[in-house]
Design a protein around this ligand. Structure first.
Ligand SMILES: [Zn+2]
Ligand SMILES: [Zn+2]
Length: 354
């Protein structure tokens, strides 16, 4: 059996890997590190494609209270299982997979209450380190949140499972919505377009409101109407009241404004994560007399990740137009800089391409 043979001989052609490691706030470096060996129940995945997410840029800029540095960057990936640890399923070897970030326990009050996305132990050991040739996948993720990628789905498209799943989670948080009603998405990054790409499947119309008029054509290509709010507040008065408004900016000022952009009885989804310590204020009268619901949304469940993968595999959602460029691992610094400047949408690297 292949699984019983020494992994280093058969599945690891190299002993050291190249990785981009965040070393401090605003600092990162290319490093040579030992190829991880899988612990019990863990897997090691050879990264075929990794996509730079807005979260990667935010972490680099401002760090994260729960993420200790140094740490290899990147978390949206697709790859091939190169090794499984003791107790792992040998049938996984060679499979193309997308690992989720967290592996919910299935037994805590959050998991049992339908909030497995919030499972604390599931987040204690995350899949992190996609900007490298190999990445370790925690045992909890292998157990509950590792998804086989159907043949024919390109790795770069499959790497969009995580952001798409978090959008599907947001839709689940917003349900029910009146059929055919307009839903406003505030922001024009790649995530906003994933909202647009899935709105039709939810039976609603998407309006993207953003300060970047040059993104109108992309919005329309994903089936959304576009509202230019670069002029600030007055331009927003041209907006038909929406049944729901979704923040895709992580800007507390936008959070504060959204209750005024939905109809009475409307819902506001606080989707974009704000900086650590940020606070947002809301007009109390608006929330009260118009019965506006403020709804948080974070991460996704393994079921939503599976659903996201199915949408990508069937072609119902095609994220590839969101990829401004694809390059090699060495292209990462240029891609990080471009994405931080707001140049282009998403960038993908193929660490296995050298
Ligand atoms: Zn992400
Ligand atoms: Zn749990």
């Amino acid at each position: 059996m292949v699984a019983r043979l020494p992994f280093s001989v058969f599945r690891f052609p190299i002993l050291r890997l190249r990785a981009f490691v965040q070393t401090g706030i605003g600092e990162y470096a290319e490093r040579e590190l030992p190829v991880p060996r899988p612990g019990p129940g863990e897997a090691v995945v050879r990264v075929h494609a990794a996509v730079i997410c807005g979260t990667d840029i935010k972490l680099l800029k401002r760090g994260h209270a729960r993420i200790a540095l140094p740490r290899t960057m990147g978390h949206e990936l697709c790859g091939e299982v190169a090794a499984v640890g003791d107790g792992g399923d040998p049938a996984l070897l060679g499979a193309r997979v997308v690992p989720g970030i967290s592996g919910p326990c299935g037994a805590c009050p959050e998991c049992l209450g339908g909030f497995s996305n919030l499972c604390e132990s599931g987040h204690a050991d995350q899949t992190w380190g996609a900007f490298a040739e190999y990445v370790r996948v925690p045992a909890s993720v292998v157990r509950t949140n590792l998804h086989r990628v159907p043949e024919g789905l390109p790795a770069a498209a499959a790497a969009f499972v995580d952001p798409l799943a978090s959008v599907l989670h947001g839709w689940n948080r917003l349900r029910p919505l009146p059929r055919g009603s307009p839903v406003l998405v505030y922001g024009a990054g790649a995530i906003a377009f994933l909202w647009a790409a899935t709105a039709r499947l939810q039976g609603v119309r998407c309006v993207i409101a953003a300060r970047r008029p040059e993104r109108r054509a992309v919005a329309e290509s994903f089936g959304a109407d576009f509202l230019d709010v670069s002029g600030g507040r007055p331009a927003e008065s041209g907006l038909a009241p929406a049944a729901a408004a979704i923040d895709a900016t992580g800007d507390p000022d936008v959070w504060s404004r959204l209750p005024f952009l939905v109809s009475p009885g409307g819902k506001v989804l606080l989707y974009g994560g704000c900086a650590p310590g940020a606070t947002a204020s809301f007009d109390a009268a608006r929330l009260h007399y118009a019965e506006i619901s403020l709804i948080g949304s974070f991460h996704s469940t393994p079921g939503e990740a599976a659903e996201a993968l199915a949408l990508l595999a069937s072609g119902a959602v095609d994220p590839l137009p969101l990829l401004t460029a694809t390059g090699r691992l060495a292209d990462l610094p240029a891609f990080l800089e471009a994405q931080a400047r707001g140049d282009g949408l998403r960038h993908a690297i193929r660490p296995d391409a050298g």
